[in-house]
Design a protein around this ligand. Structure first.
Ligand code: GLN
Length: 533
């Protein structure tokens, strides 16, 4: 049984050597293996950048903007925490330099600091510690993982590392553990090199932090000699050196780290009594390993949108695939190629299903509309997400209803704005302020595909991130020709589907954000099933 309610346990995850080592996956996996031992785990991501949140950040630069139930637009690592830990987080779980400074400055203006000089230590560090502790406490978890973004030594992350150093002093020794993720490269003779790890631990120590656990990212499993060397130089027991060698899939990482004895080591250090290991995760991994079929999905998007901008879609397809016993091979198809050369549309033939994801701006939209037309006319399973629904409505209005210049007023000025701002939004001009974000209900039409794939639910809750809507003035006309709006929130259309088509489902919301391994999102599951047939 998990420990009875007592002190919150903190596990601080830092990273050394270089970015992009998979610190987020390591943090999420560490949480998962502790969850598998019966603990309630939550997680906080610290992003040392000055932005308040990821809402205004380009997905090209920063990767996907993940949307939380409360409408928080956050770092994609929070998506990994939600998926690995099967929890729902709030914006407070993403602490940025911007948020910290904003509230310290507000307090200063209010006079809360009683005339004192406001400084990084103690005012900024206090604010950081308060936030961490408050979020951890409110979550009701037993264990809180804190991932410090960036690499040890970055100027931006200094106040955060100082704050967790102070926490180490203030918390009981058994209530806080430090896990450092580093890289162990191999040289030309295939020898595992520990020097970068030694250096980065040295750097960490110079800030007053001593790691309890070293997680070494490496190509092949760490040799026992390498482990001993790291243990010796970094002053940790050999059992605290965890080999995190490359895995075929991120979901194998918890299993791999557990085999290295991580949950034992951590629960001992944190004086927790773990329960029996739950088999749920491993069973899911067995299911994944047993997959012997493959389908191909074409995701038609904007050029340069790397897979990283659509992590949640990729994961949601994967979750659905595991459930159906098939691997979902995702190809990113550049919509603009279709605009340049319309004959290329036939290359979509090779796909078992076509997906148009969310997006902003006019670039590539005509090509996406061509792909949707192809899916509709050729009875190819189609899943449209957010912009992918808006464009499906435009395509239908143009080519079936006969409104040749149907479009979205986000994209062009047109006589037939079938996608438009609702009147209540038109006067709001401030960028970012008008977006409809986070959880909203959708009421489903009985007997529709929507209702069927959500198991007969009458009302569902999904996450949103959009500004434009189906224009209510065109609903009658569109429905009369056969496209049905089977999910609604008042006068807002949430789902558009085409009855009689093999599978044509599109939503104004983003179902991908709620998909979990073992609990695939209903629209994704139904889409993959349809693609398999
Ligand atoms: N650009 C569209 C809107 O603002 C769609 C947004 C999206 O796909 N996330 O409504």
């Amino acid at each position: 049984m998990p420990a009875s309610k007592r002190d919150m346990k903190f596990i601080v995850v830092t990273g050394g050597v270089m970015s992009g080592l998979g610190k987020g996956i390591t943090a999420a996996s560490t949480g998962r293996i502790l969850k598998n031992r019966g603990f309630n785990v939550t997680a906080i991501k610290i992003d040392p950048y000055i932005n308040i949140d990821a809402g205004t950040m380009s997905p090209y630069q920063h990767g996907e903007v993940f949307v939380l139930k409360d409408g928080g637009e956050v770092d994609l690592d929070l998506g990994n925490y939600e998926r690995f830990l099967d929890i729902e987080l709030t914006s407070d779980h993403n602490i940025t330099t911007g948020k910290v400074y904003q509230s310290v400055i507000e307090k200063e203006r209010r006079g809360d600091y009683l005339g004192k000089t406001v400084q990084i230590i103690p005012h900024i560090t206090n604010e950081i510690k308060e936030r961490i502790r408050k979020v951890a406490k409110n979550s009701g978890a037993d264990i809180c993982i804190i991932e410090v973004g960036g690499t040890v030594g970055d100027i931006e992350s200094m106040p955060f590392l100082e704050a967790v150093r102070q926490m180490h002093r203030e918390e009981k020794e058994e209530d806080i553990a430090f896990l450092h993720v580093t890289l162990v490269p191999t040289d030309t003779q295939d020898e595992q090199k520990t020097k970068p790890t030694q250096h980065s631990v040295k750097e960490l120590r110079s800030l007053g932090l001593q790691p309890d656990v070293i997680v070494a990212r490496c190509k092949k499993p760490l040799l026992s000699d390498t482990k001993s060397k790291i243990a010796l130089f970094c002053d940790v027991p050999t059992s605290a050196v965890i080999s995190a060698h490359d895995a075929n899939d991120i979901y194998y990482v918890p299993t791999l780290m557990e085999k290295e004895g991580l949950s034992e080591y951590l629960t001992e250090k944190l004086r927790l009594s773990p329960g029996e290991k739950s088999a749920e995760w491993d069973e899911l991994m067995d299911k994944m390993a047993a997959i012997d079929r493959e389908i191909r999905i074409g995701v038609v998007g904007k050029y340069a949108h790397l897979g990283d901008s659509y992590i949640s879609i990729n994961e949601a397809l994967k979750h659905a695939g595991i459930e159906c016993g098939c691997r979902v091979r995702v190809d990113w198809v550049d919509a603009e190629e279709f605009e340049k050369n319309p004959d290329l549309i036939d290359t979509l033939k090779k796909y078992n299903g076509i997906l148009v994801p969310g997006g902003f701006g006019v670039r590539g939209t005509e090509g996406k509309i061509m792909a949707i037309k192809y899916a509709r006319e050729n009875n190819v399973p189609y899943l449209g997400l957010c912009l992918g629904m808006q464009l499906a409505v435009i395509e239908f209005a143009r080519n079936v209803v006969g409104l040749k210049d149907a479009n979205s007023s986000e994209l062009v000025r047109t006589e037939h704005p079938v996608i438009d701002l609702l009147p209540e939004q038109e006067n709001v001009t401030e960028m970012g302020g008008t977006m409809r974000l986070g959880n909203y209900d959708a009421e489903l039409t009985l007997g529709s595909l929507a209702s069927k794939l959500y198991n007969g639910s009458h009302v569902i809750i999904e996450r949103h991130r959009h500004r434009y809507e189906v224009n209510p003035d065109y609903i009658r006309q569109i429905e009369a020709e056969g496209m049905k709006f089977t999910g609604r929130n008042d006068h807002r259309m949430e789902i558009a589907e085409i009855p009689g088509h093999r599978f044509f489902f599109s939503s104004q919301f983003h179902p991908e954000f709620k998909s979990r391994p073992g609990k695939p999102s209903p629209p994704f599951l139904a889409f993959v099933k349809a693609a398999l047939e």
